[in-house]
Design a protein around this ligand. Structure first.
Ligand SMILES: *Cc1c(COP(=O)(O)O)cnc(C)c1O
Length: 380
């Protein structure tokens, strides 16, 4: 039976991306690799609509977050961390480990960060040198309006804006240069539609200057050391890169950019997300994120009010559909389904039909034609 992977990372791969990894190995100190690396950099610049090179590490998304902390945060640095879920908390925890003085602002789960809240928090903490934000909070399926948040910050002594874009880049607009992001961290296995294993970091001009004055010792994640090899005429990684993943990443970027302006692909994701949400609500599921403008185009979090959300999740798994559950306080309370890749009408109807069938016992089966069919199927 086919298994359908709807977890928010890793995401299902296209056959082209899967196959790309099987290409013959090339040396990472040769011309072919430099050319591949340059093409990837150029494609990332188109996706991010930003100049400058992106540093690519063999690492998880958490490694990319740690890279930002290692280069911009040291003992005694005043950091303002605005979190609306598990991943905002993680970024804060990493910053704390690097010795930051943290001012924590928490937004209730399922709600987003408003520009007014962020501006007020920065005004109230004029000493803060670094602001930590999450663009797409994957634990609650909240999309935060990063562009508007940064635009609302006071001009004077504006803190460095470090953004966790692990689950946003590739699936929704994220234009760090135009938006005033100073450090952006992302990873290969979500919106970039590539297998797990690559952490990516984009840095603003102001960020590069700050990184050059860094105080915290670090070797592997040292951005200045990375920049030296990245900005050679024939770019390289300082250490051995996972070359096969670079093949896959280039293929995935080609697929996203084949739609022309990245906005076109992002619009398709948003459309699928809206249609999926409409179907869920029509069936009686409740979305965790009440305000539409904060709903993520990359994934949806929902529950079955008055029903057993865990049982729905179990039923889905029995059908060969792999969703994700809640994390931390939301464990056992919500279902999360990602729609980063080719999640179009066939996939929407597959997901909705299965969710309808999975409601089965809690709603009564009368009129539930998909549940009827599923019941017969399960009889063997
Ligand atoms: C997945 C995710 C991470 C962590 O990524 P890993 O690759 O698992 O380390 C961090 N932040 C956000 C927003 C994520 O969705």
């Amino acid at each position: 039976m086919n298994q359908y992977l709807f977890t928010p990372g890793p995401v299902a791969l296209s056959p082209e991306v899967s196959l790309a990894q099987a290409a013959p190995m090339i040396g990472h100190r040769g011309k072919a690799f430099s050319e591949l690396f340059t093409r990837i950099e150029d494609k990332l610049a188109l996706l991010l609509k930003s100049e400058g090179r992106t540093v690519i590490f063999p690492s998880a998304g958490t490694g990319a977050l740690e890279c930002l902390a290692a280069n911009f945060i040291g003992p005694g640095v005043d950091v303002l961390s605005i979190s609306c879920g598990v991943f905002g908390d993680r970024f804060r925890e990493i910053a704390a480990l690097y010795g930051a003085n943290i001012t924590a602002v928490d937004v209730p789960l399922g709600e987003g960060v408003t520009p007014a809240l962020a501006a007020e928090a920065v005004r109230a903490n004029p000493r803060c040198a670094v602001l930590l934000l999450t663009q797409n909070e994957t634990s609650t399926a909240v999309l935060n309006p990063i562009r508007e948040i940064i635009a609302a910050l006071p001009e004077e002594n504006r803190p460095l804006a470090l953004v966790d874009g692990v689950s946003s880049v590739g699936a929704m607009p994220c234009y760090p240069q135009a938006w005033g992001i100073d450090g952006l961290a992302t990873a290969s296995q979500k919106g970039l539609l590539t297998p797990p294993g690559l952490g990516l970091v984009w840095i603003s001009e102001r960020g590069w200057k700050a990184a050059a004055e860094r105080k915290c010792p670090n070797y592997y994640f040292d951005l200045i050391r990375q920049k030296k090899t990245l900005c050679k005429n024939a770019p390289e990684n300082p250490y051995t890169p996972p070359v096969s993943l670079y093949f896959a990443l280039e293929t995935a970027l080609d697929a996203i950019l084949s739609h022309g302006d990245p906005e076109n692909w992002f619009a398709l994701r948003a459309r699928a997300s809206r249609a999926f949400a409409a179907g869920l609500e029509a069936m009686g599921y409740e979305l965790l994120v009440k305000e539409k403008e904060f709903r993520s185009p990359g994934l949806t979090a929902f529950l079955l009010p008055g029903g057993d959300t865990c049982a729905v999740s179990k039923a889905l798994k029995a059908m060969g559909i792999d969703p994700a559950g809640g994390q931390a306080e939301l464990k056992g309370k919500i279902i999360r389904m990602a729609h980063y890749g080719d999640f179009n009408w066939p996939e929407i109807s597959l997901a909705l039909g299965s969710l309808y069938a999975a409601m089965g016992d809690s709603r009564g089966r009368a009129g539930n034609f998909i549940a009827e069919a599923f019941g017969v199927w399960m009889e063997g």
